[in-house]
Write a protein that binds this ligand. Structure first.
Ligand code: AKB
Length: 325
């Protein structure tokens, strides 16, 4: 009986660091629905704009070891989700800060997780770990990796650090290489795949969009519902089923801006897309995979995306329309 009780989800104390962002906001909602409001503590450097439903929140800068330490002392988390990061486009504007946040933030959390006996840590990686010499199509889990953005370099280094902490110290760290994540609740910040979200906002506002990527740029994407479901599935998987402690390849659907515009036009017939030239994000996108092979995630923890391009488009437009009414 005691053993059964100790396995109840209510025994989990979950801390999310960087919970105000695109993924953190929705992960907090999902984790609170699963484990209970009070079991999930959100934290970020600013008060949240959306906290739906609200639960405990702390102001924490992942680079400030003192407040981070206080967070661990106060809550003694069993699971930690570290989502504070600087994304690809912003990272190119502030390379030193991007490296500092993405790497030192991770090291701070891994060290405290060891010190406080955290049972599981989640840390997001990205398709940005691949680079110009990586295979472009169906990029496999193990391939040449020569990222040339500071974001990609920091994610690749972070993956190696996570695996090192697992192998050397036995810390149960789990990670996903997210492709572009598409969602409507929170705006993304500073990514190269963000066009696939901006386009919906602009389509509803003015029926036009000036895209910063070229019409034929194919990138792997994932709908937020799938991203959250996949993240929870990975965190629920028995440790012995997981062979990868760097980060799992994962994908939903690959498409170009032109394909997305065609799909939007089925709902908004006059929609016009134009393409801006010489945006620095094009050079980043050109080094990333067109599509991802996520065989390991499928095999080891049953990954299967649910949303295709047409379903993503319908869901985005429906929810954004409702939100703005
Ligand atoms: C970005 O575009 O920087 C992110 C990512 C693919 O990691 N969305």
């Amino acid at each position: 009986m005691e053993i059964l009780l100790s396995l109840q989800p209510m025994d989990e104390r979950i801390v999310i660091i960087g919970s105000n962002g695109q993924i953190g906001t929705e992960l907090a909602i999902a984790l609170r629905a699963k484990f209970g409001l009070q079991q999930v503590v959100t934290s970020d450097i600013r008060e949240p704009q959306i906290s739906d439903p609200a639960g405990p929140f702390e102001i924490v800068d992942v680079l400030d070891r003192k407040t981070l330490h206080q967070l661990f002392t106060k809550y003694h988390p069993t699971q930690v989700y570290l989502l504070a990061a600087m994304l690809s486009a912003t990272g190119e504007k502030h390379p030193r800060q991007a490296w500092d946040l993405n790497i030192n933030g991770l090291l701070n959390v891994l060290d405290l997780s060891l010190e406080y006996g955290v049972k599981k840590v989640f840390w997001p990686s990205s398709i940005a770990v691949f680079g110009p010499h990586s295979p472009k199509t169906d990029t496999p889990q193990y391939a040449v990796m020569d990222p040339n953005t500071v974001y990609g370099i920091s994610k690749l280094a972070g993956e190696r650090i996570c695996e090192y902490y697992y192998q050397r110290y036995g810390l149960d760290v789990r990670s996903i290489r997210y492709p572009g994540v598409i969602s409507w609740k929170t705006a993304p910040g500073g990514g190269t795949t963000d066009y696939a979200i901006h386009i919906f906002h602009e389509a509803l506002k003015s029926n036009r969009y000036a895209c910063f990527l070229a019409s034929g740029t194919t990138l792997p994407m994932l709908y937020m519902d799938d991203a959250i479901r996949g993240t929870l599935a990975l965190m629920d998987a028995p440790a012995e089923d997981l062979s990868i402690r760097s980060s799992y390849n994962l994908t939903g659907v690959s498409f170009t801006p032109a394909m997305l515009a065609n799909e939007i036009r089925k709902h908004l017939p006059g929609f016009i897309i134009t393409y801006e030239e010489n945006d620095p994000r094009q050079a980043i996108a050109d080094t990333w995979p067109n599509s991802i092979d996520d065989t390991e995630a499928q095999r080891e923890w049953g990954w299967k995306p649910r949303f295709n391009l047409s379903e993503i488009t319908t869901d985005m437009l429906t929810n954004l329309k409702e939100k703005t009414q």
